[in-house]
Write a protein that binds this ligand. Sequence first.
Ligand code: FAD
Ligand code: NAD
Length: 466
Amino acid sequence: MLDKFQIVVIGGGPGGYVCAIRLAQLGFKTACIESRNTLGGTCLNVGCIPSKSLLNLSEEFDKIKNLSSKGIEIGEVKLNLSKMMKSKDKAVTVLTKGVEFLFKKNKVTYIRGTGSFKSKNEILIKDDKNKETIIQTEKTIIATGSLPTTLSGIEFDEKIIVSSTGALNLNQVPKKMVVVGGGYIGLEMGSVWSRLGTEVHVVEFLDHITPGMDGEISIEFMKILKKQGINFHMQHKVEGVKKNKSGAIVSTTDKDGNQKDFECDVVLISVGRKPNTNGLNLEKIGVQLDEKKRIKINKNFQTSQDNIFAIGDVIEGPMLAHKAEDEGIAVAENIAGQSGHVNYNTIPGVIYTKPEVASIGNTEEQLKKKQINYKVGKFSFMANSRAKAIDDAEGFVKILADEKTDKVLGAHLIGPHAGELIAEIGIAMEFGASSEDIARTCHAHPTFSEAVKEAALSVDKRAIHS
Ligand code: FAD
Ligand code: NAD
């Protein structure tokens, strides 16, 4: 029998580990149980970090190949995929070890093993040798994250039919890859392999990519990706995948009922992720799930049992690491009697392709649906001096502001460093700023951020450089 804890966190991903650290900072005797061999969850091990490492390395590879037109002559550029994968793995190891160090520093007890509820106040932990231990706890935070979903009858083998996890670990560059689903994972991983030499075909069920994103950005994004050589097959439903000697055949039906097969050597299934609640024994202790099998919570992240809480991908909302982290901090502070909260209107979403795509707040489609009158300010990176100087000028910034009050209601960017530029708008929105507030803030020259200022000026039709 291990010690009794005040709070146990199940899951050491960005939701769970951040929550455990904050709880320990607030003085609670805290343990965090993680079933993987390393901390950091999906994000650090098989998500955000390895994908961003490969996005960066493949972008460098692509850039270097095209430098001679800019007067930088290099010899033949060759890909060493196994070295590239090792570099990605190193980034993962450094960061997951870093979380372990933070646990030590903050005195969080780290327990390796798989946790499940024996009762409302007892957690059963099985280690990888099936040895069982029971710990007692006053409160528990469930932060068990999510897993890739597949389509009916299609199973991952992580070699030919891969989820994002397999797509991050291929040991050779596929000649042809079919990506099922034009969302975050499909477009990021499709970009990686396309840059490394694969012929990539995205098969998407809808008539547009990145559902939920501002429509104008989604159209521009697809145009740019097509120019980069990615092929799109829209309004095609995947009916099945059959493996053959050399790879697989993906069978699809388009909106008019025409059938089309795609032969390829690797299929990436990226049609979303599902909450991971299996094996926790939630039925036994009466923790309820919603219709999508997510854990039901109230505004304090409390489940149907008042000493059990849930955060991150396992509850409703966008499946994003920073959303999970903010929920981890909010629930810890609430438990400590403080006023933790998450503003779901200002959670940015970023796709780390080239160019990056970033979005915050309402889209035009949402504002129309809510019947809110709004003004639009837009500024193209083609007119931004920094972007032109370095020949990286695709995309634009779009700011949406209330027609009467000028309050910023949303912003959508496609272009260089969009994922960094969105933070300025996040702060503006948190402070209830107007587009004029952004427009009157001095931005350094020459920077990409001047495009944000000009978009804000453009809300009142007074942009200077367009
Ligand atoms: P997770 O990170 O899934 O962590 C849950 C942890 O709980 C896991 O480590 C799991 O092993 C553990 N666990 C589960 N059950 C048990 C149990 N019974 N006992 C003990 N431990 C258990 N988000 C972004 O914001 N930015 C990105 O760039 C980004 N890129 C991504 C790229 C890919 C390829 C993928 C797949 C996801 C990406 N995401 C990104 C999403 C992000 O990874 C998730 O939203 C985030 O990891 C959710 O955090 P979490 O703590 O809720 O869950
Ligand atoms: P997604 O929800 O982003 O996209 C899934 C896509 O698949 C949608 O466009 C959907 O219309 C399409 N689809 C669904 N069924 C289909 C079918 N039968 N045939 C063809 N297309 C079909 O899901 P994802 O790309 O798997 O990513 C999962 C989640 O992981 C994301 O929603 C995001 O929350 C997170 N993620 C975030 C980042 C980031 O922040 N940069 C990166 C990767 C993943």
